[in-house]
Design a protein around this ligand. Structure first.
Ligand code: F3S
Length: 306
């Protein structure tokens, strides 16, 4: 059996930074600082990582309103709306900002465009935290689109958006599929609707998607490792399925039926940007058969090392 790992897979720069900043805070507490430490929502979309953080004493709140004076709240890589920072300051809550720098760049674009009274179009999933937070940097005035149909409806229902003399600004969720963005832009071009585009799809996402597509074309089975709540992992799975009919999405080794996988000679592996290295290695090791099972290891120690 040949197992090939995609050229680009696993933790991206932004997720690694969020983990590093969180580990720094955990270490400070272990050295005696002992300040209540929380993330607002899951730090990353991976149940193994969030479970390990909980064991290290990192609590989770769902809203900044739940935090109290003296608490330390870690902002995850997806970012938070402008109001979140104001509320934290009013309540005396300390923030550790692990918003990915590429996401901060989107907030800056949207904030500036809003101040210049330009229309704002956010291409992305309206329920995704990153998109919700981005919209919070333009007073929630952004138009959120995630399909060609949404773009057609926007032109139909808000023609004035393209008639103000100021082109609307388009930004995109960092993990969005580039093909859908192109379809949406195609709708605007066909209707001669002018816009100012900032293609903010992250290169880490693009690289993972391209590497997944190329590998999926060459293998008999494509295994995507990632949490089902992770948007970028689900998109990798979609791309894998489009290019390899035998594609599966697993969260970790416990989801993989090794006997089924053994039927294939050439297997491709990829992983979402929020999948820790130890989970990827464990899947590869178990499939390779020649490496001992690693489930006895302390996963938290492993992912701190990577
Ligand atoms: Fe940042 Fe890109 Fe990762 S936006 S969080 S480096 S996918």
């Amino acid at each position: 059996m040949e197992i090939i790992r995609a050229d680009r897979s696993g933790f991206c720069f932004g997720v690694q930074r969020a983990i590093d900043l969180t580990m720094e805070q955990i270490e400070k507490n272990e050295k005696g600082e002992k300040r209540p430490l929380y993330t607002c929502g899951p730090l990353i979309h991976n149940r193994s990582v969030t479970g390990a953080l909980e064991e290290k004493g990192v609590g989770m709140i769902q809203n900044i309103e739940e935090a109290s004076e003296g608490d330390v709240v870690i902002i995850r890589s997806h970012g938070e709306p402008e109001s979140f920072y104001r509320t934290a300051a009013e309540k005396g809550v300390a923030l550790v900002d692990s918003t990915c720098v590429f996401v901060t760049k989107i907030h800056d674009i949207v904030h500036k465009a809003h101040a210049e009274e330009k229309g704002i179009i956010i291409v992305g999933n309206p329920e995704h935290q990153e998109v919700i937070a981005t919209n919070g940097w333009c007073d929630y005035r952004g138009y959120i689109l995630q399909s060609r149909e949404d773009a057609e409806a926007l032109i139909r229902n808000h023609p004035e958006l393209f008639q103000t003399g100021r082109k609307p600004v388009i930004v995109c969720q960092t993990t969005f599929k580039v093909e859908i963005l192109e379809e949406i832009l195609g709708v605007f071009k066909d209707k001669n609707c002018e816009y100012e585009l900032y293609n903010t799809i992250c290169s880490a996402t693009r690289e993972r998607q391209d590497a997944c597509r190329e590998l999926a074309k060459k293998v008999e089975l494509m295994v995507v490792i990632g949490d089902r709540h992770s948007s970028n992992s689900r998109k990798l799975f979609e791309i894998a399925k489009e290019n390899c009919k035998n594609s599966i999405l697993i969260q970790d080794i416990s989801d993989l039926q090794l006997k089924q996988a053994a039927k294939y000679n050439k297997i491709g592996i990829t992983a979402g940007a929020s999948t820790p290295e130890w989970i990827i290695k464990e899947v590869i090791a178990s499939m390779s058969e020649n490496v001992t099972n690693t489930t006895e290891k302390n996963p938290m120690l492993d992912f701190m090392d990577d």
